[in-house]
Design a protein around this ligand. Sequence first.
Ligand code: SF4
Ligand code: SF4
Ligand code: SF4
Length: 609
Amino acid sequence: MDTTMVTVKINGSEYPAPRNATILDACTRAGFKVPTLCYCEDVAKNASCAVCVVEVKGAKSLLRSCTACVHEGMEIVTNSPRIRDARKTSVELLLANHPSDCLACLRNQNCELQTLAADLGVRGSRFVRTKKAEKLDTTSPSVHRDPNKCILCGRCIAVCQNVQTVSAIGLSGRGIRTKISTYMEKGLGNVACTYCGQCALVCPTGAIVERDETDEVFEELSNPDKVVIVQTAPAIRVGIGEAMGLEPGSLVTGQMVAALRRLGFRKVFDTQFAADLTILEEGHELIRRLRTNGTLPMITSCSPGWIKFAEHFYPSSLAHLSTCKSPQQMFGAVAKTYYASKTGIDPRNIVVVSVMPCTAKKFEARRPEMMSAFEYWKDKRAWSETDAFYDVDYVLTTRELARMFRETGVRFSSLPSEEFDHPLGESTGAAVIFGATGGVMEAALRTAYEVVTGTPLTNVEFTAVRGMEGLKEASVDMNGTVVKVAVAHTLKNARTLLDQIERGESPYAFIEIMTCPGGCLGGGGQPIPTTWAVRRQRAESLYREDAGKPVRKSHENPHITALYKEFLKEPLGDMSHHLLHTSYERRGLRPWTAGSNGQQHAASVRPAG
Ligand code: SF4
Ligand code: SF4
Ligand code: SF4
């Protein structure tokens, strides 16, 4: 027998279990489902909800299986009248202080508390309410909090502190006044929150959710004076199927396009077109920095949560960030200039809707500097500030898009596969992999290598930067110059690379940083649950789509070539500088120096059109 294993008895039968496993792990391995609520795989083991209790022979009280460990010969019972009664009582105590608001709740039918109550046969609560109603926190442009739906499981705090190292939220108060709060209760929009939405992704209830923009988008879609176009990020095609009930990681690009057309979008475009454009700009920026002794390492700038993190926590590193806007914002700027000119549509009547895996993109779209198409037209048309519009008007997460499909009865799984519209729907395999950690780096290397060496890459797959390890690195020989690169996902891992830079010890020329675990495919707006197994399935689908694309290098996208020929002229040229590049803001760590808030700025300009 393996010495690292022990034998335990679960419900009368013997099973092997790793020596230090929790009872919950041992039961799961043996095929017994123990209900949980505060426990969240790889994120939180707070033992606060008392739902996962089990009986252990010799123990007087029930044990919380998420934290108690097994030992040789342990005898465990996972289901008995005493256990069921204890679990029901725990859920009833939570429901006593919980609003009966399921029909109006964004987590309706995808709520762990609701499911657990139903599974345990809890129909109400015998207990009286002990808590006062709390105010909603709607200060953030990305995520909203409803403390009344909070069950104090602590998952959000764990992910914010341990995975993102941000600590924007914590526990405040004592006893029945205990709640999740921000510094001085200022609200998420007024503290150093990155708007990553990982707290919403792990929250078991509707206490933290994405800021919902579905009603506004429905309204725009029914306005005949508006040309409403949509762009979809790479990670949506491997997330939306799952949100519509298909297997995790289902690759549904063509069905997604068909469904968006049936929802009423005039044109269905692809953020991947702009991802190819980003590679052209970013690749040339890297080459320029390498050739001119510019600031190195250069760090990618497509992940808006990471950008806000750098602005708060590493303002001295801002010169290392690429000045490229994210693909979402490049798309908006190009749609309301190039595409508007090509089609003769008044840009004030174009409504750009993004579908993103990311809650921070909602904030990014409202950054004051993201109005470059308006700046472009303003002088040409003698428009005033009252004509102002953002490059991107609305940002929907994968979850919001799924709600829109369901609300309108779009029968997703029976739809045919359809193609994106031209020209902003054409992309390469390099753009597809933007959705996975390491993907932007791999896409950039495919282009930078060929531009620098002038020779074609025989193998376009840089496997060293693929996979779910938190930190990855690779060395690429470009005509005798060895370029060292690194990739990090999660802000905790980003800190390792940033601290190296601050100490002057970074050996890298180029770094990719993505805010969320697994990259965009694990973004805060993706379907719930998003586990590591699910992230891997989504990543596999993206790499499969890349492998099947006829063109796999961004600089070979003929529609990007045409965009430069007809409009932008050259990478890093004047037009690119105005439309596709940006600057960053030094924000402090203290709430009163949190910097500009997109929502506040949004109030100062009128809505698009
Ligand atoms: S959080 Fe869950 S239980 Fe509470 S109102 Fe929303 S769906 Fe219902
Ligand atoms: S959005 Fe991200 S940074 Fe903000 S509280 Fe949630 S986990 Fe923390
Ligand atoms: S907000 Fe959600 S994740 Fe955070 S403690 Fe409350 S229920 Fe748990």
